[in-house]
Design a protein around this ligand. Sequence first.
Ligand code: KPL
Length: 305
Amino acid sequence: MTAIHWHILGAGAMGCLWAAQLHRNHKPCTLLVRPAAAAGTPVLRLTEQGQTWQLPVPIEDSSRPRRITHLLLAVKAHQTLAAVQMIKSQLNSDSCLVLLQNGMGSQQQVTELCQNMAIYGAASTQGARLIAPLHTQRAGHGLTWTGPFNQVAQQRGTSALDDLTRLEGMEVRLQEDIHSRLLDKLAINAAINAMTVLHDCSNGALLQARHRDQLRSLCQETANILAAAQQQTPQTQAEPLLDSVLAVLADTRDNLSSSLQDVRRGSPTELRWINGWLLEQAARLGQPAPTHRALLDALAAAGIQ
Ligand code: KPL
């Protein structure tokens, strides 16, 4: 049997981390980047526990024609649709796509665009930071869940994910109901990410008592919205959701949230797909969400999207 060849699109912190881990596990993989980033002889670097490794992962221009059977899409939510549109001619109905975006909405866009392909979702608490182009620094050891997102993937099953779920050095679990896991993560990110941007602070700084009431209000509104939407997620009660948020803050206390990293890099955040998605649901269901609204408005006033 020929080994699966993974293409990873997106050379941010997560894309570089996945490319590095696949390569270290002897899984054939190629990192796809913008033409300018592919020029010369680019090298992938991973820093972990104080050590830096140079990894000879092939790095190629994403626009070059090729055939992609297995694609790990590691771009941000707002780039996802355009990225898949750009690469669609390299895919066909046998292709399998694994989507690593935060929040909700971008996965549905890809599902609509690629109706005959197997789409898998993924939710991850793995922290990583891009410290230079193509140089990622791993933060702690998080968990990633992946599973079928559309019906095609449900029918084809999860064997396409075996390479990912059996990676050494990366904890990846199969999750049949990935929708519920994505919502679970969205509910947690909706309390943490925008707050870290507003206060320009690490995750751990949100554990200070002065932030507790705002975190509690965010969790209350999120739980009410998800309950009203009858979403299949455990996060429909405020107090357990707040407990989960506090546990994640403690586990990732030294991390900068992905949204704060985006802002510091001058890039748009994924908040539109996190708190913004909740606000869309709230409007649809007539649910009040003043704390989420005020948070996004305060960020918009500061020019942050
Ligand atoms: O998922 C995250 C993110 O930053 O997007 C958390 C869990 C908050 C870790 O930083």
